[in-house]
Design a protein around this ligand. Structure first.
Ligand code: PLP
Length: 378
């Protein structure tokens, strides 16, 4: 049985009428640029996350870049982040004139290891960018404590983790992205809250950062043709905002469904390979479901086997950023970040979307089990 990585159409029929009404409404008003649907969605999104503000932008990459500028990160600064992420996290650090500094990751969560972060701090360090990879919350208590101690800014890359939550020690549950100074989000179709095209947002509870972000996304202007600074053309499209408002109402249910799929995967793969271990103070958003094998050979074998069976799968990410050609000038090499090196060689991700059926899940887990016994038998 063919099983796709994501099925963008599976969740469409139940909300088709709602979406089409919302989109037609925009067409009939023709308020395509920063229409009232954008403001409406921003209010709903901030309310959902428990932040004072949300600013809709063109995509998750721009969200990062503008969050960095609005937080005062600039030329000469160093920004500590994970090497085990999509390049958008680090290329935007470079694009604001700063230097990405890669710290090692935790072998269980695959997220930034606070101990390694602390070792990378220099007098030039200005910020930490935790990425909640696959939807797994970072150790925010430890990272925020380091930030506080060294007076650093924290921008949470929440592109894969919208609806994920974290419970700080002694505090109430918080949505990921609402813990640092800013949270950045992507509405790329395959993310937890996908638009019907590109989209992104930044959340913050800081008045000054909010005002700057609103200017940055619109050429540095508050009043048309009055520019206090240079900015970008990076507004959230009104049609996308209308779609997102509809989808936002359903997203919590979809995350529950993703968690249910994850539970079935974990049950079936017990003892076969390492499945995600979600800490008690965390809610995973399961944008991706990632396995870890004890050897690279087993991982590669599983990947080959699933592909032969027409079961989609993907390695997020096959080459960590410190080893990418784009960062050769930083001099990273194998062995510098040993946990990350070992993890990237042994992980791979299974199909994951809310509507995966029991039959599909069984097909996938049977194939993973079969692949391991083939590898062991060799
Ligand atoms: C998807 C993603 C981004 C970028 O989002 P776009 O909307 O595609 O620009 C940034 N960071 C991470 C971790 C992502 O997964």
């Amino acid at each position: 049985m063919k099983v796709p990585m994501v099925d963008m159409l599976a969740g469409y029929p139940p909300i088709k009428d709602e979406i089409e009404t919302a989109v037609k409404n925009v067409f009939n008003k023709a308020n395509f640029i920063l229409g009232e649907e954008v403001t409406k969605f921003e209010k709903e999104f901030a309310a959902h996350n428990g932040t004072k503000y949300a600013v809709g932008v063109a995509n998750g990459t721009d969200a990062l870049r503008m969050a960095f500028i609005a937080s005062g990160i600039k030329k000469g600064d160093e920004v500590i982040t994970t090497p085990f992420t999509f390049i958008a996290t680090s290329e935007t650090i470079t694009q604001v004139g700063a230097t990405p500094v890669f710290a090692d990751i935790d072998p269980v969560t695959f997220n930034l290891d606070p101990k390694s972060v602390e070792k990378k701090i220099t007098p030039k360090t200005r910020a930490i960018v935790p990425v909640h990879l696959y939807g797994m919350p970072c150790d925010m208590d430890a990272l925020m404590a380091i930030a506080k101690k060294h007076n650093l800014i924290v921008v949470e890359d929440t592109a894969q983790a919208f609806t994920g939550k974290y419970k700080p020690a002694g505090g109430d549950w918080k949505y990921l992205g609402s813990i640092g100074h800013c949270g950045t989000y992507s509405f790329f179709p395959a993310k937890n809250l996908g638009a019907f095209g590109d989209g992104g947002a930044i959340t913050t509870s800081d008045d000054k950062i909010y005002e700057t972000l609103k200017q940055l996304r619109n050429h540095g202007s508050k009043v048309r043709y009055h520019h206090e600074m240079e900015g970008f053309n990076s507004r959230l499209d009104t049609v996308q905002a209308a779609v997102l408002s509809v989808r936002l109402k359903h997203v919590e249910k979809w995350t529950e469904m993703r968690n249910a799929v994850a539970a079935r995967y974990a049950e079936a793969l017990k003892g076969v390979c390492v499945t995600p271990v979600v800490p008690a103070n965390a809610r995973h958003s399961f944008n991706y479901y990632t396995l870890r094998f004890d050897t690279k050979a087993k991982r590669d074998n599983a990947q080959k086997y699933l592909t032969e069976q027409q079961i989609s799968n993907q390695i997020y990410y096959p080459i960590a950023l410190h080893l990418q050609e784009a960062y050769a000038h930083l001099g990273g090499k194998r062995g510098d970040l040993p946990v990350c090196d070992a993890v990237m060689d042994t992980v791979f991700s299974l199909p994951m979307y809310p509507e995966l059926t029991g039959e599909q899940i069984k097909t996938v887990t049977d194939a993973v089990k079969a692949s391991v016994s083939v590898a062991v038998g060799k």
